[in-house]
Design a protein around this ligand. Structure first.
Ligand SMILES: Cc1ncc(COP(=O)(O)O)c(C=O)c1O
Length: 432
């Protein structure tokens, strides 16, 4: 009998993929492996790490909290770390957002947003207003509701029967424009599909959910700000809630605290997770406006929101999030993001000239290139070759099929970031 269970690794194929590397410690942008390698984590360990691995300030805050109170049920109770987070987040989030609901991760933060929107209208005796609109190329997580609003992909196709129907409309994927236009001369005509849908069915639609400005797992698709602004205006006009899934884009990734800030847009509901705890603890938060919550202020118990997870509002995760936000207050985090953005800009401009590069994209701390291949998409045959090529050079990059992206922690120094781009350039010169 084996002495240990076999760990089933996520998004991995145990037959085709190399065995996982064992990481024994990490600091800054480096992952140290058991066999003595030092790998640059260029994707912030699935986009969560903000201020470097094993950041001392966050680590100490968790340790201190653990000695005081590790967790308490949040139904009927509250605690200081959660209350402190409510004060701290309020300073940063769009000002129309007045309430926050805790969950466990990005997927559950999305589930909460969808359910809050639907039950809002149910509580107001408008049960028919419950349909959801989502974008092409969307990715909102792996639980059933989050998969439903995500677009079809290898992640969702085996679960087709578990997904509920949603309306799917164009995203502003300018490189592969869904209406065949060029960004330089277009007027965001791709939004007309949503416009028409809302004109016809707004009475049945509760919410439109978007990843604001940046669709991550769908291929680092970046939208013009006007697209998000037009979606907001249409939702307002037709009395439909706008849900901003800021699970990836939140906490500085796009150059401002939230992508909605870049476009000066206020959503009705907003989901955050990933960077919320600086990459230390799992936690999701769904924020909403007073109007969304008002439908739950009722003497009818059936109007309560009967949703919660065992670890809702976990005090250790709250302590990590508080320390994370304190770092935003004390340290030049946005200067760091600006210097990352500058290097992305310079290096992507050089890379653009390679004929294999179809498109380069950049927003804030994230740079991406889309390669011309015969089989684009997540399962592109190029993907494992690229992944292994980068890893052999001690750089962790996880291409989304034929889209290579760099999404580092904010503490990456220029030399380290240039090293990542040098390896990408070597790949363009040798692999393709
Ligand atoms: C935009 C977006 N929403 C939701 C999720 C799901 O988050 P989690 O993996 O924490 O459940 C992700 C994860 O990548 C994401 O990028």
């Amino acid at each position: 009998m084996n002495s240990a269970l076999r760990i089933w690794h996520p998004f991995s194929n145990s037959v085709l993929d190399p065995p996982p590397l064992r990481v024994t410690k990490a600091e800054g942008v480096f992952l140290h492996t058991a066999d003595g390698r030092k790998i640059i984590d260029s994707i912030s360990s699935w986009w969560v790490n903000l201020h470097g691995h094993a950041n001392l300030r966050i680590a100490s805050a968790i340790a201190e909290q653990a000695r005081k109170l590790e967790h308490v049920i949040l139904a009927g109770f509250t605690q200081d770390a959660a209350e402190e987070l409510a004060v701290r987040l309020r300073k940063w989030v769009p000002q129309n957002l007045t309430h926050m609901f805790f969950s466990d991760d990005g997927s559950t933060a999305v589930e909460v947003a969808l359910k809050l929107a639907a039950q809002h209208f149910q509580n107001l005796s408008r049960p028919e207003k419950r349909e959801i609109v989502a974008l092409e190329h969307a990715y909102h997580g792996d639980t059933a509701g989050a998969m439903s609003v995500s677009d079809d992909s290898p992640f969702t196709l085996p679960f087709q029967s578990m997904r509920y129907p949603v309306h799917r409309v164009h995203s502003a994927y300018c490189y592969r424009c869904p209406v065949g236009l060029k960004r330089e001369t277009c007027h965001i005509e791709c939004v007309q599909q949503l416009e028409q849908l809302l004109a016809e069915r707004a009475g049945q639609i509760a919410a439109v959910i978007v990843e604001p400005l940046l669709q991550g797992a769908g291929g680092m698709v970046m939208h013009p700000v006007e697209f998000l602004q037009k979606v907001r205006a249409l939702c307002t006009h037709h009395d439909v809630f706008l849900i901003a899934d800021e699970v990836l884009t939140g906490f500085g990734r796009t150059g401002k605290m939230f992508a909605c800030d870049v476009a000066s847009v206020e959503p009705d509901l907003m989901c955050v997770s990933k960077g919320l705890t600086g990459g230390f603890m799992t936690m999701g938060v769904t924020l909403c406006s007073d109007r969304v919550e008002s439908a739950y202020r009722s003497e009818n118990r059936m109007h309560s929101f009967y949703h919660g997870h065992s670890y809702t509002g976990n005090a250790l995760a709250c302590a990590a999030a508080n320390a994370n936000l304190q770092i935003f207050e004390d340290e030049p985090v946005f200067d760091r993001i600006r210097s990352i953005a500058k290097i992305h800009g310079e290096r992507l401009a050089q890379i653009r000239d390679f004929h294999q590069v179809g498109d380069t994209r950049q927003i804030g701390s994230i740079g991406a290139l889309e390669l011309r291949v015969e089989d684009p998409g997540y399962l592109s045959s190029l993907r494992p070759k690229l992944y292994n090529f980068f890893l052999e050079r001690d750089v962790l990059l996880r291409p989304l099929g034929n889209v290579v992206y760099v999404l580092p922690s904010y503490v990456i120094d220029p030399e380290q970031l240039h090293r990542v781009y040098d390896v990408i350039t070597e790949m363009l010169e040798t692999v393709l």
